[in-house]
Design a protein around this ligand. Structure first.
Ligand code: HEM
Length: 546
């Protein structure tokens, strides 16, 4: 027979366990992580709640979370600690500490947040680690040598001219330019790095770029919403189904590219757009001279050097990215077919989303800084006069002011606002000799670093003079890292800068750019790459002499 006393005692037992089990776990966790807690106590940061840490302070939409993080960063100086539940996150904003982390060959493992991209990018260069990353990086970095990039100039120009033509449909309208820039960057990647033919592949840029934009949003949703971190929960929601659909769309494309390239190889046709270089050393001498004379190392305007800057890459014939990987795969060296596909997916994402973002931002900045735009155009008129000829490699050296504008865009709106590493060993910083414990997630806050008032006075203002030589020489290399730095820096940075110079100069030679949206009204969103939530709106007016 049911008795009231049984029922209340059951309830008391449940309540007892509900309160005691988490408490016991918390006590156990604190004992097991004594060293972590001791070291964390010495790091400045907002006080948090037991178990939850600072979780409740960072809720809301991705834009709101980004704004809260930036706001919080102004309350602290160089190193900031935040607890998200039991996980310790440390944000670095001082170049001296960033240098310690990024130059290390030990702390190169990405944080677990990157794992949410695994179903999409597999073991591609962005995510992989250890020996696999090391051997793949060595091969891929060589395929971005400047001499190989030179051979892409024809395609950069051809596609830039097509873009200018597409823009004719929009003249007089205020429109979001990002989708056009996505089309340009994605199609040009296929034509160059992949050495394929976008038309024969039936490539549809809005579908592909739409899928990657959506995938970024979904991955970021998993970063910001605790309940979506579990694969089981996420995969059973509508977001999980959407994620699966977009991943298979992207993978279908890379499978198609491989099939296309393999059929080309079987026909014994070399890749149609890729020239091969026999003696790379001979050409390198002039590049070294250029780099010495200007201090500019394509993208690392402060002269930072790494494996991409190795002048000597051997006498063997070198060819572009996908030809090289397929050759290796056919010879059963280093890459399996799955590896090749992972690397295509990685490069298609890294190579198109970032470059589309920065070029769209550049156009918006030109539209809101008409004096700067006029100076760029003046420089281009000096180089090209009235001619509508293609941009040559040598012309890109002459675009010194335009390059400073690109650098300043990368500073103020860094397309990758943060990067993150997982510490497998303790790391001692320069700032106050702080030691970061094992398992800390270290965030390099590029967005905040690039807006430090001590490095860039009046830092919210778009000022290309931040990159005149005296100023860059006076700053640490690590105060400007849009492409990261050190062993895991961006392999595509020289490619990106060269392509940006060609396409942006071609647009400026053909159109005057305006907008009705002042910079102060822009809303930013940092889902993997930086975007404007309100759209990249510009208006184009054809230039008379174009
Ligand atoms: C303006 C354009 C670009 C920017 C701002 C940019 C920025 C970055 C950053 C910050 C990283 C480090 C990411 C991290 O540590 O989490 C990175 C890595 C990488 N980027 Fe880029 N990137 C750009 C263009 C490109 C292009 C055009 C390609 C290839 C075609 C590319 C391929 C890669 C790859 C493969 C990695 C991973 C490298 C490794 O871990 O060894 N990127 N990029």
């Amino acid at each position: 027979m049911f008795r009231m006393t049984d029922w209340t005692s059951d309830l008391q037992t449940v309540a007892f366990f509900a309160a005691v089990v988490p408490l016991l776990y918390y006590v156990y966790w604190r004992i097991a992580n004594r060293r972590l807690l001791q070291l964390a106590a010495k790091i400045p940061g907002p006080p948090g709640l037991p178990l939850l840490g600072n979780l409740l302070e960072f809720t809301g939409s991705p834009t709101e979370i980004f704004e809260k993080l930036v706001e919080k960063s102004y309350q602290y100086e160089d190193v900031i600690k935040v607890w998200f539940g039991p996980r310790l996150f440390v944000f670095l904003t001082n170049p001296v500490d960033i240098e310690v982390l990024l130059t290390s060959t030990e702390h190169i493992e990405k944080s677990v947040e990157y794992d949410f991209m695994k179903p999409w990018l597999g073991d591609g260069l962005l995510i992989s680690s250890g020996q696999k990353w090391f051997t793949h990086r060595k091969v891929i970095a060589q395929t971005f040598h400047l001499n190989i990039l030179r051979s892409f100039l024809g395609k950069f120009n051809e596609n830039a001219k097509k873009l200018v033509k597409y823009f004719e449909d929009e003249t007089g309208n205020e429109f979001d330019c990002r989708r056009y820039m996505c089309k340009y960057t994605a199609e040009t990647l296929i034509d160059t790095v992949m050495g394929a033919d976008k038309d024969q592949l039936g490539f549809e840029s809005p579908v592909y770029s739409g899928a990657t934009t959506k995938l970024c949003e979904l991955v970021h949703l998993r970063h910001t919403k605790l309940h979506f971190r579990s694969d089981l929960l996420f995969n059973s929601t509508k977001h999980g189904f959407e994620h699966k659909k977009f991943v298979s769309l992207v993978h279908d494309f890379s499978a198609k590219v491989i099939k296309f390239k393999k059929s080309q190889r079987e026909l014994l046709k070399p890749s149609p757009f890729i020239e091969k270089f026999d003696d790379i050393r001979k050409e390198d001498k002039s590049l070294t001279h250029y780099e010495k004379s200007t201090g500019i190392s394509y993208g690392q305007s402060s002269g930072l050097k790494d494996d991409l800057d190795n002048e000597v890459i051997g006498r063997k014939k070198k060819c572009a990215f996908l030809d090289t990987l397929l050759e290796k795969e056919a010879n059963r060296e280093v890459f399996s077919m799955k590896d090749v596909q992972d690397q295509i997916d990685t490069l298609m994402f890294e190579g198109h989303d970032t470059t589309a973002g920065v070029s769209s931002m550049f156009l918006c900045l030109m539209a809101t800084n008409l004096d700067v735009q006029a100076k760029c155009v003046e420089e281009l008129e000096k180089i090209f006069g009235d001619s509508d000829r293609d941009v040559t490699f040598e012309d890109t050296y002459e675009m010194k002011y335009l390059e400073r504008c690109v650098m300043e865009t990368l500073r103020i709106y860094s397309p990758v606002p943060v990067i993150a590493r997982n510490l497998k060993k303790e790391l001692t910083l320069v700032t106050n000799n702080i030691t970061l414990p094992v398992s800390t997630t270290v965030i390099v806050a590029i967005f905040k670093l690039h807006r430090r008032e001590d490095l860039y006075p009046n830092s919210e203002k778009f000022n290309p003079d931040n990159f005149i030589q005296e100023k860059t020489a006076a700053r640490s290399f690590y105060s400007f890292i849009p492409f990261s730095a050190g062993p895991r820096s961006c392999v595509g940075r020289k490619y990106a800068i060269l392509k940006l110079k060609v396409v942006l100069s071609t647009i400026l030679r053909n159109y005057q750019i305006t907008t009705s949206c002042p910079m102060e009204s822009w809303k930013l969103q940092a889902d993997i790459t930086l975007k404007r939530t309100d759209g990249f709106k510009i208006k184009l007016i054809p230039r008379k002499n174009a």
